[in-house]
Ligand binder design. Structure first.
Ligand code: G6P
Length: 606
């Protein structure tokens, strides 16, 4: 997905924009560009391909500029060419803009503007923005009014950063349904579509709200709404630091983030377990604690990996809290006709806090009067702000597109929430004790990562994979299949092991391996019967099993052992080898696993 960066201040803008664009690379893009105001003229440079190519093209230009905008584009309207890359300007070269999102009525606007003599150079929807502003400037209006009038005509989703050569002291920003954050510095301010692009520049940020326009100077920020009223804003402090946003000695962010698993689990429960009372304290839920006592039904809303964490959460809420729970893909929930009873609450799970479908689903729930709770990693993000109460993950920034550490962190919070909502200490006490041991057990798995690398070497050339699990490990099978698909482009399906009989078993043959998640638990005997069926059809079996399990080696071709834990906590341990397995297969097949094709870290458009 596209990325936006902006700078105004005393420093030279170009290196700041380039480093911001590099920080946004992980989101996926196919071209990049910058516009800098040098004197009273814009210097605009765009290149197809890597930010490095753009950087290289500018290295001999000694551009002295203190205001600029930059963009990484992920082509939607028009192919990835230099002409289509952002920033886009008006006819006279006075106004330049970068844009994330989609302007739905751009065709109408374009013909309206062409009728008035505007010449378009690109196939993008974005280009209508500077021309529309120019259209109002030409009619004698000042810049602010022209911007307002232009925005009133635009339909769709957008985050926009705009600069005007006649207003060299102001960086303009506005958004609707697409994230934009202002980084607050000293004698300088920044703009970014993703707060991780600001790490190392500032920790203080202001999240722009929908329908707000920010006028950013080097030492002042002014936010107004579409009615031209001043809007108060809050400066939020990001706890992320530069080290968390760098790969360090790891070859990829994905690997680094898998190895952060033990720490993110610790950070998620740190200070939240009251050891003497064997109870959970979740500060973020205190304001709704009375209302939570009356909750009769929970609906979890999420996308991607967060959705699979939600499926584990369904077991937690039903088995530990005894609250009927459903989990929905946010993208489906938003278009369902549903009746909601009193006492229903939704829980939105989102690492980024900006996923468009999750946000829309949550807003729909709120319109129906439901209490909206959140499990969000990014402090101050849109979903976090839209919830009535919630719990932050404190997992640090997740840069790898394939989500790994966020999943473990989400499981931790879901478990803590389920215990918080439970009235039965007898059940929850051992769970809490075991949760505290989980980080060390994950570390034991990580020590054996070379075994997974060897297994990846053996299995890397298969083109299909079935992932099987039951109960708590059923969502893990789904997540394992997703990981493999995402970064190695191997066709992989996750199934409840028993359900395999109703279709997928037809596919089993010596070229179609199965990854069986079969720790020793209440359903392992049933899993063994399913594995017999695969073996009878000569399907290769790779198993994730519990240390000390003797039976599994007679059934499976290869086994990776994980430490023993309580059944409810098994996903914490069984998912880690699947993450590593996918990582090694993806890299062995020669792919850049941090930037999988066609995928975006944060999907901010529908
Ligand atoms: C994208 C990412 C996934 C992520 C999903 C939900 O598809 O590629 O890794 O799980 O969005 O993201 P969220 O930020 O809402 O958890």
């Amino acid at each position: 997905m596209c990325g936006i960066i902006g700078y105004i201040g005393e420093e030279n803008a170009l290196p700041i924009l380039i480093s911001g664009l590099k920080a946004l690379e992980y989101r996926g893009y196919d071209s990049a560009g910058v516009a800098l105001l040098v004197g009273d003229k814009f210097e605009v440079r765009k290149k197809v391909g890597k930010v490095e190519i753009l950087e290289e093209s500018l290295k001999d230009n000694n551009l002295d500029s203190h205001i600029g905008i930059g963009h990484t584009r992920w082509a939607t309207h028009g192919s990835p060419t230099e002409l289509n890359a952002h920033p886009h300007g008006d006819c006279s070269g006075r106004v330049f803009a970068v844009h994330n999102g989609i302007i739905e009525n751009y065709k109408e606007l374009k013909s309206y503007l062409e009728d008035r003599g505007h010449i378009f150079r690109s196939q993008t929807d974005t280009e209508v923005v500077p021309h529309l502003i120019e259209n109002f400037l030409n009619s004698g209006k000042d810049f602010d009014t022209s911007l307002f009038d232009a925005l009133k005509m635009i339909r769709g989703a957008y985050a926009l950063a705009i600069i005007d050569s006649k207003n060299p002291e102001t960086l303009y920003a506005t958004k609707l349904s697409s994230p934009l954050v202002i980084g607050v510095g000293v004698e300088e301010n920044f703009l970014a579509s993703d707060p991780s692009a600001l790490i190392g520049k500032t920790k203080n940020v202001v999240y722009l709200g929908d329908g707000e326009i920010a006028k950013i100077n080097h030492n002042n920020i002014n936010i107004i709404n579409f009615e031209k009223q001043e809007t108060p804003f809050e400066i939020v402090s990001l706890e992320w630091d530069l080290e968390q946003a760098q790969k360090g000695d790891f070859s990829h962010f994905m690997l680094k983030e898998i190895f952060e698993g033990p720490e993110v689990v610790r950070s998620a429960f740190r200070g939240r377990i009251k050891p003497k009372e064997n109870a959970v304290k979740l500060g973020g839920l205190e304001i709704v604690s009375d209302k939570l006592k009356d909750i009769k039904r929970l609906i979890v809303l999420a996308c991607g990996t967060s959705y699979y964490a939600g499926l584990v959460g369904e077991y937690y809420f039903e088995e530990i809290s005894k609250i009927p729970t459903e989990v929905h893909f946010a993208s489906e929930f938003r278009y369902r006709e549903e009746t909601f009873n009193e006492g229903t609450a939704v829980i939105a799970i989102s690492q980024s806090g900006e996923t468009a479908d999750t946000l829309a689903a949550m807003k729909k729930a709120k319109e129906h009067g439901l209490m909206a709770l959140g499990i969000v990693n990014t402090v101050g993000s849109t979903i976090a702000r839209e919830t009535e109460a919630g719990v932050y993950n404190h997992a640090g920034p997740e840069i790898g597109v394939a989500s790994t550490k966020a999943f473990l962190s989400q499981l931790t919070i879901l478990l803590l929430m389920a215990i918080y909502l439970s009235k039965d200490k007898y059940t929850t006490e051992p769970l809490l004790k075991e949760l505290e041991k989980i980080p060390n057990k994950i570390e034991e798995i990580l020590y054996q990562s070379s075994q997974l690398e060897e297994l990846a070497e053996k299995y890397k050339d298969y083109e299909n994979f079935l992932f099987l699990g039951r109960r708590y490990n059923y969502p893990v099978a789904l997540e394992g299949a997703l990981k493999l698909k995402e970064i190695s482009y191997i066709h992989a399906e996750g199934y409840g092991a028993r359900e395999m009989k109703h279709g997928p078993i037809a596919m089993i043959n010596p070229d179609f391996p199965s990854m069986a998640i079969v720790p020793q638990n209440s359903v392992s005997e049933k899993m063994f019967s399913n594995l017999e069926e695969i073996k009878a059809r000569k399907g290769p079996i790779l198993a994730i099993a519990t240390e000390g399990d003797k039976k599994i080696s007679s059934l499976a071709d290869d086994v990776f052992y994980v430490p023993k834990t309580m059944e409810a906590l098994e996903p914490f341990l069984t998912v880690v080898p699947l993450q590593l397995f996918s990582y090694y297969i993806g890299t062995k097949r020669g792919f850049d696993v941090d930037k999988p094709r066609n995928l975006a870290k944060s999907v901010t458009v529908e």
